[in-house]
Every structure is written in C-alpha cells, then in structure tokens.
Design a protein around this ligand. Structure first.
Ligand SMILES: Cc1cc2nc3c(=O)[nH]c(=O)nc-3n(C[C@H](O)[C@H](O)[C@H](O)COP(=O)(O)OP(=O)(O)OC[C@H]3O[C@@H](n4cnc5c(N)ncnc54)[C@H](O)[C@@H]3O)c2cc1C
Length: 498
C-alpha cells in the first residue's frame, strides 16, 4: 500500500474534503485520513454563502449542491415582534443571489463523492496520533500503528486539532458560557416559508431557517437549570413568545445543544504543517461563517500548495496563506462576536438598542451592507504581498461578468481554475500593446462583453483586473499602468501553467 504522498490532509470534514478536491483536481498526490469509520450525521452548518457557492462553481460541482439545498434570498429581522428590516440578496453582484440552506452531512457527502470520482483516497478509521519530521518529510503515525509520510501536512481536524497541538500553535480566545439550542421540526405556521427570520427582543432570540425537506431549523437561547434538552412544550412556549404569527410544532425531528466559542490560532503554518477550518478559527454560528470561512482557507491554500509543489512559485508564497487567512479570520471573529452579543442579547444595553436598532436596520446602507457581509463577497484582502494598491475591486472576489475570449463567451466565475492568473480587460483598445507587454507570461486575456455588463459593478472602460488563481483581484487599475502586471509577475516569480 502506498505510504508517501505530496499532501496529507487530516480530517474529512467539509474543509478537508474541499481542500482534497481542489488539490486532486490540480493533479496533486493527496490523501485524507479520517478517524471516523463513516460520515458524520451531525447537522451543524446549514447556510452556505454566495462566496462558497462561487468556489463550488469553479470546481464544477455547484449544481449538485443546488439540488440538495434550498435557495433563500430574503432575511426578515423582527424586533419585539415588529418586522424592522428586510435583507434582499437579489442585489448581490453574483449569479448566486441567495444563501443555500444545505445540511452539513449533505455537503460532506457531495464533496466526498466528488473526491472519489476524481480518484481520491480517503482512509477511514485512521486516527492521527503523532507527527514528527523525518529525513524524507513529515511522518504521520496512526493509532493502528501505521505510518504515512508526506511533504506537506494540513490539519483540517476540527476544534480539538491534534495537528495544532503537535505544531505547538496556541488557540486563544474565550467561550460565551451560554448554551444555544438547535432543533429541526415540522411546524404549522403562516410565516413565509422561503425566508430566514430573526426574531429578537430584549431577552433573547430565535432564528428560523426553512429546510429543503419542508421542515424548519430553529436556533434559540433557552436558559435551563440542568444539562437536559428542552421538552417540545418548552420549545413551543419560546416560539409562541417570539413569533407574531400562530405557530405549532408538530414534530421535532432532530435536536442538539451547542456552546458558542470565539478562538483564533496564533499561526496557520509551522514549516510544512498547516491548519485550516475549525482547527484554526472557531466562531459562534450566528452569521453562519465557520464552514464558509474554512472553505476560503482551503481554496487559498490549495492554490499556493499547488504552485509551490509544481515549482511555479517559491516556498515563501506559502507564508502568505497564514498572513491573508489569519487576518481575515481575525476580522470575521470580531464581527461575529459583535453580532452574537447583539442577537443573543449578551452585555445588552437596552436603552441604546431600543433607540437605534429599528431606525438603523431599515436604512438603505444597512440593507445593502448586510447581503454583502453575509454573502462573504465583501471580504477583501489588503495584505501587500499578493494584492497591489489600486481601485475599488482590488483584493475582492472578482465580479460576475460575461467575458469574451477569442469569440467564445464565458462567465467570469468559470475562468477561476485554482492554478492560473487571468487578465480581464474592459474596452478593446490597445490589443497590440497587451500582447507585447504580456507576451512572456502566458496570461489568458478576456474582454468584458459590454452588453452583458451590470452597471452596478465598479469597473469602467479603460481598466483591467488581474485575477489570482483563487478568483480574488490582485490589481484593478487603468490601462496606463499595465506594467504593474509585469512587475507583479516578476516580483512574485510567477509562472502560469497554461
Ligand atoms: C450548531 C452549529 C451550527 C453551525 N452552523 C453553521 C453555518 O450555518 N454555516 C457555517 O459556515 N458554519 C456553521 N457552523 C460551523 C461548522 O459546522 C464548522 O465550521 C465546520 O464543521 C468546520 O469544518 P472542519 O472541516 O474545519 O472541521 P470538522 O467539521 O470538525 O471536521 C474535522 C474532522 O476531522 C476528524 N478528525 C479529528 N481529529 C482527527 C484525528 N486525530 N485523526 C483523523 N481525523 C480526525 C473529525 O472526525 C472530523 O471528521 C456551525 C457549527 C455548529 C456547532
């Protein structure tokens, strides 16, 4: 049996599996070890955001996910049973103007099936016990006595990560010290069945999310004396208190309790050992960012590992993984903390909230900002190593555009391949200059189809976007500064594979 791999991933949760799929698709020799003998059935992450759907689109598997989930474009927020705000995802500049409500076991099933279709190998009942650095790479000792060796090891082994411990990485933060309850139920209710609802008051909250099978997921705070789960009657009484329309629980089909945490790893890389997902950041599930953030880690790391393994860029590219993803997680950790304290009514300041909340949440700015934030599409890299200072789209995920390349029409999400840089040009002037300036860089060039252009996008004629292999914009500039692309390629020693 094979015992050496280029990359060994510990953990077949959603993050390890997405990383495995991207690496395998890039032709990297990768294996996943997972301590569970079969897939988890624990329904945790439910809301997949537009930024994650864009990654699955680029991987070529998004249609499978759409078939197993429910698309939701509206969120209604209630304060004291009054609807005070409506968030509409249809204003997003993406072909995914919604969240997809899909239970985590389905996400894991679909990713695992795809990985196996690509020829990928998952070793189940394989618990990582120890790691040491040997002469031919990293030695990973398994509980059954087996040893695998690899050039790079990625700990996607969740919040109690053993990889993190072996790498000596600290995981500081705090626990909220509050239990939140989650349950899926069949209910009779006149409320809108295709919206997410947040019902908040001075004492607490309920979040209601419709599921693809017709049931609803409820997330609530329900202070209790002991460790037991609430009875159906207790759930019913909380629902009746918060929800303005009559609602009756007919059957609870699944329930769980969760502590909410707020933790961040001190670093994401030690030598050739990396962390991704819950192993390096742990947010409260309010806002649904845990798995979605882990997906972005996996995407970022897959590109960089591929480039270094294929010797298209030097090893220091891998330092930018920690730099970019840890900074992003720190921002999200802080914003999730603010949202959690607000929604769960922790450290509440009643007078202030009563005054500003209803007015604030209906403001146009709040209504346009919320879909951007929750979709993940507003996230922006600012670290200077791989992002140049430039115009508005610099550092953000590329906008959804119809593009023309050699008379073929493609959409911008399709060009993201996890391996290569691409150039998008608005305006067809100076083709000659483009070709002569960039001739040595094997850079595919696309032109924006002006008819298919959404005027809301902050991208104008005479400008270009240099798009990284992960789909984020490295440079958004004017034509006159085309030499910045040359400088970027030279400085970072980039070789495209095309
Ligand atoms: C109640 C709840 C609701 C949530 N809702 C959302 C949501 O709506 N949206 C969202 O984005 N996120 C949500 N999250 C967060 C989300 O569930 C996590 O962020 C996600 O599971 C992290 O995935 P992961 O692959 O990093 O880790 P995990 O899912 O924890 O997977 C780690 C894997 O590693 C394996 N493993 C561990 N140790 C070893 C070892 N030594 N050897 C081999 N294998 C090992 C484990 O068995 C497991 O399969 C929610 C979380 C909770 C608790």
């Amino acid at each position: 049996m094979k015992s050496h791999y280029q990359v060994l991933i510990v953990g077949a949760g959603p993050v390890g599996l997405l990383l495995a799929c991207r690496l395998k698709k890039n032709g990297i020799d990768v294996v996943v070890v997972e301590k569970r003998s079969s897939r988890s059935t624990h329904s945790k992450a439910l809301s997949m955001n537009a930024a994650s759907l864009a990654l699955l689109h680029s991987l070529g598997v998004v249609e499978r996910f759409k078939q197993s989930g429910k698309e939701i474009s509206d969120i209604s927020i209630y304060w004291d049973q009054q609807r005070i705000s409506h968030v509409d995802y249809r204003q997003l500049n993406s072909c995914y103007q919604h969240i997809l409500a899909i239970p985590q076991p389905e996400t894991e099933r679909l990713l695992e099936e795809y990985f196996v279709e690509l020829g990928g190998e998952i070793r189940r009942s394989a618990t990582l016990n120890a790691i040491d650095i040997g002469s031919n790479g990293i030695n990973a000792s398994l509980a059954d006595g087996g040893i695998l060796t690899c050039d790079y090891l990625v700990g996607c082994d969740g919040s109690h990560s053993i990889v993190r411990d072996f790498a000596g990485i600290t995981f500081s933060g705090f626990d909220y010290g509050i239990d939140f309850y989650l349950f899926d139920a069949q209910v009779s209710w006149q409320g809108k069945r295709d919206e997410v609802h947040y019902f908040v008051d001075d004492q607490g909250f309920i979040i209601v999310i419709p599921l693809v099978d017709g049931n609803h997921r409820f997330v609530l705070r329900c202070p209790r004396e002991d460790d037991s789960l609430p009875s159906q009657a207790e759930y019913q009484s909380v629902l009746s208190r918060y929800i303005p329309q009559p609602v009756v629980i007919e059957r609870v089909v699944w329930e769980s309790k969760s502590q909410f945490y707020n933790r961040l790893a001190s670093q994401y890389r030690v030598g050739n050992i990396f962390l991704a997902g819950d192993a390096c950041h742990l947010f409260s599930p309010i806002g649904g960012l845990g798995m979605n953030t882990g997906f972005q880690d996996a995407w970022n790391l897959a590109w960089k590992l591929t480039a270094v393994i294929r010797q298209r860029q030097p090893d220091d590219l891998l330092d930018t993984y920690s730099e970019e993803r840890r900074n992003m997680a720190a921002v999200l950790r802080d914003s999730t903390d603010i949202n959690t304290r607000f929604i769960a009514r922790i450290d509440r300041d009643n007078e202030k909230t009563h005054y500003w909340l209803p007015r604030f949440s209906n403001r146009l700015r709040a209504r346009t900002l919320h879909p951007q934030l929750f979709s993940g599409l507003a996230q922006r890299y600012i670290e200077p190593s791989l992002i140049y200072e430039g115009k508005r789209l610099t550092g953000k995920y590329l906008p959804y555009l119809t593009l023309i390349q050699q008379e073929n029409r493609v959409n911008s999400y399709d060009i993201v391949d996890g391996e290569n840089y691409h150039l998008i040009v608005y305006g067809e002037n100076n083709k000659q200059r483009l070709n002569t300036t960039l001739i040595n860089y094997y850079l595919p060039i696309y032109f924006v189809e002006v008819n298919g252009f959404d005027k809301k996008i902050e991208f104008q004629s005479g400008e270009y976007l240099l798009v990284r292999p992960d789909g984020f914009v490295a440079i958004h500039e004017n034509w006159e500064t085309l030499e910045a692309v040359v400088h970027y390629f030279e400085k970072n020693k980039i070789r495209n594979s095309l």
